[in-house]
Design a binder for this molecule. Structure first.
Ligand code: F6R
Length: 614
């Protein structure tokens, strides 16, 4: 959600900014803007809608832009105020001396705005961000120094921010600062770049400085200097990152989502590698720092997450309860915060977040941490905000996920939960033979995933035929219910088709009233568990109401062909491991329906990749 780029150097500044913003588009946005320091003054250009609108605008005014020495850019996902040019960043102070871009949220902006208006500041936008420009400008009047003005203004701000600031009076520097919002500095040769995420800097440099909360960096062409709010110099630590150029290119696929779906077998292989060697030996999960004694005596685990990560957590609950025999609660992070007396110093809380920047999950984790709970964070971004609260970090190592709809990160989270549940069971000496079999079967999963992906053209044909329906019901039981929920979520978020998931047993308690020939029922059917026959009965009930029946199944039972209109067949798999396979057809069904309908698969409307507001 929102993206920032800043650049000081000799390259074509507007090009660096726009190209950097392009790589951040995946985060979701509805307007864009840049500010350039050119001919001794700051020039600002903004456009609503796609970034191309801004690029086209810049092309048309090329003669107006001479040779900027630096600039800042932003893509905005509207929160405070509608998506229009006035509300788009960069924002300026009354006189235009301070210009800035901001990610995050200023919680006390209303109070600050009222005070600043009394002092004569004139506000143009409806955003929370604009108060920061006025605040810094007021401080600048006293200090005549951008860095000091920023330092004086910061203590007045409540909330989260990554800020990139220029002064019309200081032609050689961008001042940047962050608090609970990501911001990195890329160190180049005679040029420096600032961004809210790695993809925006990789074409300039692979040397990075991770800025800590409330550190103020002065970024010039040839130097980066950092101070804390007390004015003490902070040593600059540059780290070299491995550039994930593969992750930020489509590698020949039409969409990032499709590429990311196809990456899943290798992600699973890599995660298994080094963790399960000899299946008779305990799993290696050194990242879990919690003592074995504490693990042995755990009476309850809580999982908190949002959206797709929440679905992974719901499957994690089954795994932890089934394999390790520990009771497990799963809660949407945005609801967990209202629970009383559920977490204490003896609790283990597992927070799952692909981005590590989800405000709902971070707030919930903070709350759990305040109660003294031990926190494990499962994330794809070990450098993200949420890891600050973690006692143990399990990096799911899926690589940067560009498509807004989560696919490969979900599978990687799931696999991490399998590994953790087995690890816990082994520490507790639970069911050794069962664990050996599960480990053996886990090793076969990547090949089975490849088998499913190789049948993509068949899935595509069937999905295209389903794209005429306006509503779907998804059902599942037990460990297969979260997969049905994930399948429905994928479909609705990228195709905007109404898809609701229910526990199969709940169908007859209400939703069955919806069923007719226009409402297909999509089920997950894995033999070998009591839930299989029960789910078939529920499908028969739906058939009796003329609903078209669709299933994702590993069953070879020929009779299913009589009952079901469309069958997506997956390789044989145990019920316990089936979520690692069943989700693939669901991802592909959603992808192909969305693509067939001509939707913006990678950047669905209204959605953002990391949701940094509650
Ligand atoms: C769905 C999706 C969202 C995220 C949710 C949590 O495809 O991407 O539902 O799963 O916003 O995000 P993270 O995992 O980054 O905390």
């Amino acid at each position: 959600m929102c993206g920032i780029v800043g650049y000081v150097g000799d390259a074509n500044v507007q090009e660096v900014l726009v190209n950097g913003l392009k790589t951040l588009k995946y985060r979701g946005y509805d307007s864009a803007g840049i500010a350039l320091f050119d001919e001794g003054k700051i020039k600002i250009y903004k456009a609503t809608g796609k970034l191309e609108n801004l690029s086209n605008k810049l092309l048309n005014l090329n003669s107006e832009i001479k040779k900027p020495s630096m600039g800042i850019g932003h893509i905005r996902w509207a929160t405070h105020g509608v998506a229009n040019e006035i509300n788009a960043h960069p924002h300026t102070s009354t006189t235009g001396d301070i210009v800035l871009v901001h990610n995050g949220i200023i919680e006390n902006f209303k109070e600050l705005k009222a005070e600043l208006e009394k002092q004569g500041c004139v506000f143009k936008s409806q955003t929370d961000t604009e108060v920061v420009a006025h605040l810094i400008s007021e401080e600048y009047k006293k200090t005549k120094n951008l860095k000091d003005a920023v330092k004086n203004a910061l203590p007045k701000l409540m909330g989260a921010y990554a800020l990139c600031i220029m002064s019309a009076n200081e032609s050689d520097k961008i001042v940047v600062v962050r608090k609970n919002a990501p911001l990195i500095i890329g160190v180049g040769d005679g040029e420096n770049i600032v961004a809210s995420d790695i993809p925006a800097i990789v074409s300039t440099t692979s040397n990075i400085i991770y800025l800590n909360d409330e550190e103020v960096a002065v970024v010039k062409k040839d130097s980066v200097e950092i101070e804390n709010l007390n004015g003490e110099k902070v040593p600059v630590k540059v780290v070299r990152i491995s550039i994930e150029t593969d992750a930020i290119s489509k590698m020949g696929y039409k969409h990032y989502m499709l590429k990311e779906i196809h990456e899943q077998p290798n992600i699973v292989r890599n995660l298994l590698c080094g963790r399960i060697g000899d299946v008779n030996q305990p799993i290696k999960l050194d990242e879990v720092k919690i003592s074995r004694d504490v693990l042995k005596n755990l009476s309850k685990i809580q999982i908190i997450a949002c959206g797709t990560s929440l679905h992974a957590g719901q499957i994690g609950r089954y795994l932890i309860e089934d394999l390790a025999g520990v009771s497990c609660e799963v809660e949407a992070a945005s609801e967990y915060i209202y629970r009383k007396n559920t977490t204490d110093a003896n609790s283990l809380v597992i927070a799952i977040s692909q981005s590590g920047e989800t405000a709902d999950t971070i707030t919930a984790v903070k709350q759990a941490k305040e109660k003294g709970a031990y926190i494990i964070v499962i994330t794809n971004r070990p450098d993200s905000n949420i890891t600050r609260y973690a006692d143990s970090i399990l990096n799911v190592n899926a690589g940067i996920e560009v498509s807004v709809a989560a696919t490969k990160s979900y599978t990687a989270q799931l696999l991490t939960l399998y590994l953790f549940a087995i690890y816990l069971a082994e520490v507790k000496d639970e069911g050794k033979d069962k664990l050996v079999n599960i480990k053996k079967e886990l090793l076969s999963i990547p090949t089975k995933m490849e088998e499913i992906l190789s049948s993509e053209s068949d899935i595509e044909k069937k999905a295209d035929a389903l794209s005429k329906y306006k509503n779907f019901v998804y059902i599942g039981r037990g460990i297969n219910l979260p997969t049905a929920m994930e399948g429905a979520l994928k479909l609705k978020e990228i195709s905007y088709i109404n898809a609701n998931a229910y526990p199969a047993g709940e169908l007859k308690h209400g939703p069955i009233a919806l069923l007719d020939e226009n409402m297909p029922v999509v089920s997950v059917l894995i033999p070998g568990h009591i839930s299989y026959d029960k789910t078939i009965s529920n499908c028969e009930e739906a058939k009796a109401r003329n609903a078209k029946l669709i299933t994702v199944t590993s069953s070879n039972d020929e009779n299913l062909k009589k009952l079901f209109d469309v069958i997506f067949k997956i390789p044989e798999v145990s019920d316990l491991l089936s979520p690692l396979l069943t989700v693939l057809p669901f991802q592909l069904i959603a992808y192909h329906i969305s693509n067939f309908l001509g939707k913006d698969v990678d950047q669905p409307r209204n959605l953002a990749k990391s949701v940094t507001v509650e």
